[in-house]
Design a protein around this ligand. Sequence first.
Ligand code: 13P
Ligand code: SF4
Length: 347
Amino acid sequence: MDTDLNKEIERLYDKLHHLGWSRSDCELIAPDTLEIKELKKEQNAVILAHSYQTPDIMYGVGDYVGDSYGLSVRATEHPAQKIIFCSVYFMGETAKLLNPGKEVLVPRVAGCSLADSITGDQVRALRKEHPDAGVVCYVNTYAEVKAESDACCTSANAVEVVEAMPQEEILFIPDRLMGLNLAKITSKTILTWDGTCVVHEGFSVDTVRDIRKRFPGVKILAHPECTPGLVSEVDYAGGTSGMLNYVKNSPAKTFMLVTECGLTDRFKAEFRDKEIVGTCILCPYMKEIRLDDVLRALKEPVPEQYIEIPADIAARAKRSLNRMFELEKEGKTLLEERGTSALPWTA
Ligand code: 13P
Ligand code: SF4
C-alpha cells in the first residue's frame, strides 16, 4: 500500500477511534478522504462541516467544524474562493449571503423540517393578517423567507433580537416551540407559525427526568427548539456553540445533550475527560450528506450543488441578517439596563 494512503489511514484512526471507528472502517474511507484533500488544495477550497455531520466528514475532511452561523462567518475570514458547506441547503444559502463573491457548494440539496415549513409567499400573507407585528425569522429558513422578514436571529441571539424589535407584537417564524420559549422569557407578545424541528421536538420531559434519577450530578443541556416543558427542566438551553462553552467551562463530569447525535459525537471526541450519557436523535436531513457527495462537489460538481440566490432576494435577505446584528447589540444593552442580561432560556 502506498505511504500516503497508509499515513491517511493512521490520521483517520487517530481522529475517529474514540468514536468507535475501527482501523478497517478507516481503510474504507481513506482513498476518498485523501482525494478530497488533494482536490481541495488544488482548487483553493475550504470545507466547512456542521456539528450534525457524520464523524468522517467532521474529522475526516472538515477544515472547520461548528454551528451554522459561526461557519458562515468563518468563511468570510478565510482566503479560499470556494466553499464546500457540508450541511443542509439553507445553511449553504446563509454562507452565500455572507460570501457573495465566493463559490459556495453543498454536497447534496438537503432540506430541514423548519426551513421547509414556510415560503416567502406565506410570510407576505401573514404580514397582511398581522399588519402591526414585526417579523423575526429564525436562521433556519430559506433566503426567500429571510427576504420577507424584518430581522433574522439565531438561537444565540433570539432573545436580544426579539426584545429590541420596535413592535410589541412579534411574529416569530417558523419554529413554534422556540417561539413559545421566547414568549415565556421576553416581554413581547409572540405569534407563532407551525414549524418544528423533527429532531428536537422528539425528546420528552420523561427522558430528562429519568436521566437525572439515574445519573446524580448530571448536567442536562437542551436546544431551545425543544418543548418549553423540557427546556424549563434542564440546566442550560442554547444553540450548538452555547452548549459547547457550557461543557468546556463546567466542572461537572457527566452531561446529557438533548440534541442531534452529531453534537454528541463532537463532544465525545473533543472532551475526552467528560462523560456523555443518554440518548440523542439523528437529523435525517443532515445525514443525507455522505463523503462521496463531498468528493463529487470537488471532482464533478453538478449545477444543483452550486448555491445561487437571485440578486433582489439576496439583497433583502442580507438586510435582515444585518438588522440582526444591530438588534442583537441594542437588545444586549436593553437587557443590561433591565438587569436581565444573562436571561437564560430556562427561566
Ligand atoms: P445551529 O444554528 O446551532 O448550527 O443549529 C442548527 C440546527 O439545525 C439546530 O437544529
Ligand atoms: Fe432542521 Fe432540525 Fe435537522 Fe436542524 S436538526 S437541520 S432544525 S431538522
